[in-house]
Design a protein around this ligand. Structure first.
Ligand SMILES: [Zn+2]
Ligand SMILES: [Zn+2]
Length: 178
């Protein structure tokens, strides 16, 4: 997996301005994402549109992240195209002792005294969350022949027509008779 560039942002200026909003838009240049064993090639990085809002107690991050690219078709292993838009969310607080006790630990990020956060983390997470589990190159992809491995979208290998004595159902056929 490529290293994803940081999107460092200093929240201290935001924290000084209660109830102010800041808009951020741009593009993270990353070419590849992985989730589990699946590899996703990105066509043009991850574009994002973010809003940082000072709630008075912390900085609420909202926005969208968008990416297009290709991954392996789940059936034929050729390229399959995807396009995803994920929702970016985050909540940053400077002083954990001041935070609302109703928030659980996974609902906020504590910002260090320097006020620097890496917004690439929630942006990338939003896209990864939306990446398809199973993607097909086309809805009716014929997949690979389970016998010879040929791509059945490109050719009819003929295996399906060939009677095979070692086929599990051949035994049944003998038992049942004609
Ligand atoms: Zn396919
Ligand atoms: Zn075949």
């Amino acid at each position: 997996m490529d290293t994803i560039p940081n999107l460092s942002y200093n929240l201290l200026a935001e924290l000084d301005e209660p109830y102010a909003n800041r808009e951020l838009a741009g593009r993270l240049s990353c070419t590849r994402l992985t989730r589990g064993t699946q590899d996703f090639a990105l066509a043009d990085g991850i574009s994002y549109e973010l809003t940082l809002a000072n709630t008075g107690e912390g900085i609420l991050l909202t926005g969208t992240a968008h990416a297009t690219g290709t991954t392996e078709c789940a059936r034929c292993l050729e390229e399959a195209a995807f396009e995803v838009t994920g929702e970016v969310v985050g909540y940053f607080i400077l002083n954990p002792s001041q935070h609302d006790e109703e928030l659980s630990d996974d609902e906020f990020t504590v910002v260090g005294p320097d006020g620097i956060v890496d917004l690439a983390v929630p942006v990338v997470a939003a896209v990864i969350y939306e990446l398809p589990q199973v993607l097909l190159c086309k809805e009716d992809c014929a997949g690979l022949c389970p016998i010879c491995g040929a791509n059945l979208n490109e050719q009819d290998c003929g295996c399906a027509d060939e009677p095979r004595s070692d086929h599990p159902f051949a035994v049944l056929k003998d038992l049942i008779g004609d």
